[in-house]
Design a protein around this ligand. Structure first.
Ligand SMILES: [Zn+2]
Length: 111
């Protein structure tokens, strides 16, 4: 049920949001079960977990991706951003690492 909701909503939700939305849909699930399931799904690498100032948010994607945060509403969108090859090469030359994945955290306002 928890995973299904995250798939349906395609959003980043707190445990409380998930609990409230499931119960609003008539799914009878307790707070503790929601938390336990989120922990299990996260440690299995099925879902993502973002630590934000106002708490943890859970999302349905677990592959590396970037986030765009709206500074007005606080909503978070998933983004697939590809950095230019030249920039990656430059970072690799500077650090001596071979970059295998990256996630960008962007924020802004709608104009
Ligand atoms: Zn995400």
């Amino acid at each position: 049920m928890v995973l299904e909701l995250l798939w349906d909503e395609k959003d980043h939700l707190s445990a409380r949001d998930i609990f409230e939305r499931l119960n609003a849909k008539g799914r009878n699930i307790g707070h503790t079960s929601v938390y336990q399931n989120l922990e299990a799904l996260q440690s299995a690498g099925v879902i993502e977990c973002l630590d934000r100032a106002n708490g943890r948010l859970y999302g349905y994607r677990s592959d590396p991706h970037s986030h765009l945060t709206c500074l007005d509403s606080g909503s978070i969108q998933d983004l697939d951003v590809e950095l230019p090859e030249a920039l990656l090469n430059q970072i690799e030359a500077q650090t001596g690492f071979r970059i295998e994945s990256y996630t960008l955290s962007l924020s802004g306002r709608r104009h």
